[in-house]
Write a protein that binds this ligand. Structure first.
Ligand SMILES: [Zn+2]
Length: 441
């Protein structure tokens, strides 16, 4: 088996282990997490021999590959846990079989995040096999609770700080190599997340008289709650473009068709217009331009013939970079404009800081990207989803969210959905990207 085959087989082996994380950790299959760490050891013997490995927070791994210097190391992140598969019958190939078909490896975690986990390890393994030593320490931080916003990544940060590690930069999952996301842009873009939105869960509670469903009153708890939800839907947050988004548009401007080339190329000047237009182009571009509000869970009466005395909605809010969780709650309260609907914060995480795009770390990432993926335009962007790396970003300034795989729209939709899969060649190019990155540190 050559290196490429071994890397693909390692990915398949890891996908077959159902490391599904759960908000209730007691419901997790501990044996699966255990088996994954054993499998990792078997597949990457050199890495396990040459590096210091520390198991933290249960099933997370913190690995140090000593380089020529311990100063300003880099941290490469990934996570071993995956989200549930949903309706298994909807999958074209069984989610934990890791079948190879149509040039792709199919299964839960192929992209999120076992692909980059294995690609990182395969890169290190191959460099060790070649007798390479990196110029600076390379740390690997593999979390086990990313999908349930657990504490493993915080624990990793704590360990690194205890050991006085001050990373030059950190890389975690995030943007990928994508096409067709922005209108008029033909070239593939390598989107590098330089910041991520904050998240907040907010509970709306409306109360009413309740009673028997045969004699309802007007504007009971459910109607009041419904009105509140509609008001949120009708009056979205104001849109504005953060600097990173402006920079993204300016950089792709040179690779776009007219009239987009002219518009994107002048994004800074056209910022007010663009922030009004982007939300109209689609739900993804809308999310790039504003704080979003999604009502995700509703509860009311416990029986079909009982009027709800209390109706509740959980609202998932993604807070724009530059805004705050408190500010978002305040605005939601004002938009609902009903003192009889209680608005309470359940949990909140502020938006991350923004990593620089004008220094050597970012330049190294983009140069490696252009080398391994010729013709791809590297651009910074603000990530819409939350990753473990936000905990690192609270402490260290250069955190970049980039998964070095080409992903189609359908593949991106398969993350947390059905038919998650990664192209074999795309995976192997990802291995090359990590390898080249480490070689050039
Ligand atoms: Zn992930």
């Amino acid at each position: 088996m050559d290196r490429d085959e071994a890397a693909v087989e390692a990915l398949r082996a890891l996908i077959r282990i159902p490391t599904v994380s759960d908000w209730d950790r007691d419901k997790e299959d501990r044996a699966a997490f255990e088996a994954l760490l054993v499998e990792l050891r078997e597949r990457f013997p050199r890495l396990h021999e040459a590096c210091d490995l520390q198991r933290i927070a249960g099933d997370a791994l913190l690995v140090r590959w000593a380089g020529r210097s311990a100063e300003q190391p880099v941290v490469l992140m990934a996570h071993v846990d995956v989200v549930p598969v949903g309706d298994e019958s909807a999958w074209t190939h069984p989610p934990f079989a890791a079948e190879v078909a149509d040039g792709q490896v199919w299964g839960r975690g192929a992209l999120d995040c076992k692909g980059s986990l294995v690609a990182t390890c395969a890169a290190v393994e191959s460099l060790l096999e070649d007798g390479a030593t990196p110029d600076r320490d390379v740390w690997l931080s593999f979390g086990c609770t990313e999908e349930v916003s657990g504490g493993a990544a915080k624990e990793a940060v704590r360990h690194l700080r205890e050991r006085a590690v001050e990373p030059w930069f950190v890389i975690d999952e995030g943007g990928a190599i994508v096409e067709g996301v922005l209108p008029g842009v033909v070239a593939p873009m390598g989107v590098i997340g330089v910041a991520e939105k904050g998240t907040a869960v907010i509970e709306l509670t409306a109360r009413g008289d309740g009673g028997h469903a045969s004699a309802p009153r007007k504007m009971g708890a459910t109607a009041r709650l419904a009105r509140a939800i509609l008001r949120l839907e009708k009056k979205p947050f104001p849109s504005h473009l953060p600097d990173a988004t402006v920079e993204m548009l300016e950089r792709v401007g040179a690779h776009a068709r007219m009239p987009y080339a002219a518009v994107f190329g002048n994004a800074a000047r056209l910022r007010p217009v663009l922030s009004r237009v982007l939300p109209r182009l689609g739900h993804e571009t809308a999310a790039m331009a504003r704080t979003t509000v999604a009502v995700t869970q509703l509860t009311g009466s416990p029986a079909a013939n009982v009027i709800a005395a209390t109706a509740r909605a959980l609202v998932n809010v993604r807070v724009m970079v530059g805004e705050t969780v408190d500010g978002a709650i305040e605005r939601i309260r004002r938009t609902i404009g009903d003192p009889h609907v209680e608005v309470a914060l359940v949990s909140g995480d502020e938006p991350s800081p923004v990593s620089p795009t004008d220094d050597t770390a970012y330049a190294l990432l983009t140069a490696t990207l252009e080398e391994v993926f010729p013709g791809t335009v590297p651009v910074p962007y603000v990530m819409l989803a939350a990753t473990d790396s936000r905990h690192f970003h609270r402490v260290w300034p250069r955190v970049y969210r980039f998964t070095p795989f080409r992903m189609t729209d359908a593949q991106r939709a398969s993350i947390h959905g059905v038919d998650e899969r990664i192209g074999v060649d795309d995976f192997l190019d990802g291995v090359s990207w990590y390898r080249r990155l480490i070689e050039q540190l």
